[in-house]
Design a protein around this ligand. Structure first.
Ligand code: CU
Length: 202
């Protein structure tokens, strides 16, 4: 290829302009799970030091719908056994995937570190069939929350459960504690909570 003198000059100016632009553009400052921003926030969050460990296995199951059997998916039962701890405690949850599809667990409503939020492919890679993922985070605020996969309509198949974070300064007393039971997107009944950590069908 033949280049004219003007063409060579133009190429040179282009290269200089690119170099100047590159030097003016700041390198992106990513917030990474192992970075100072996250570790500082987690340090400020503190915590009680107490740890609750749970195992959740997403697997096919058969559901009895008033005499009709339906093949569906669940974390052991529908809803899953209640996870309950006190604000400031650490939750360690190992999620195993025995489905024939990718999955995850999203801790609905919690303000927590992004890499534990369970939203593939944004905050983590999906948990592949046969795989597992270890979630670990300090529970931030008291309240009644949900956990469920953040993958397609898996929640509606029955993969969900209640996460109750007790207020260490709770002043209120009550007669019963209940959570709604949902199948295929509808509340089908109310489950009364029995002893801590389990659900008793109503
Ligand atoms: Cu949700």
């Amino acid at each position: 290829m033949l280049l004219t003198r003007r063409g060579v000059l133009g190429l040179g100016l282009g290269a200089v302009a690119a170099a100047v632009l590159a030097s003016c553009t700041p390198a992106p400052q990513w917030v990474t799970p192992t970075g100072a921003a996250v570790s500082g926030t987690e340090k400020n969050r503190g915590g009680t030091g107490r740890v609750t460990t749970v195992d959740l296995t997403a697997a096919p199951t058969t559901l009895d719908l008033a005499g009709t059997s339906a093949a569906t998916w669940a974390f052991g039962g529908i809803p899953a056994p209640v996870i309950r701890l006190t604000a400031g405690d650490t939750l360690k949850a190992t999620v195993r995937n025995q489905l024939d599809a990718d999955t995850s667990v999203h801790w609905h409503g919690l303000a927590l570190r992004n890499d534990m939020d369970g939203v593939p492919p944004v905050t983590q890679a999906p948990i592949a069939p046969g795989g597992q993922f270890a979630y670990e985070f300090v529970t931030p605020h008291p309240g009644t929350y949900w956990f469920h996969p953040h993958v397609g309509p898996q929640l509606d198949h029955g993969l969900y459960g209640a996460l109750i974070i007790d207020d260490p300064d709770e002043k209120v007393t009550w007669d019963d504690e209940c959570v709604p039971r949902q199948v295929v997107g509808r509340v089908s009944s109310i489950s009364k909570l029995g002893v801590v950590g389990s659900a008793v069908p109503a």
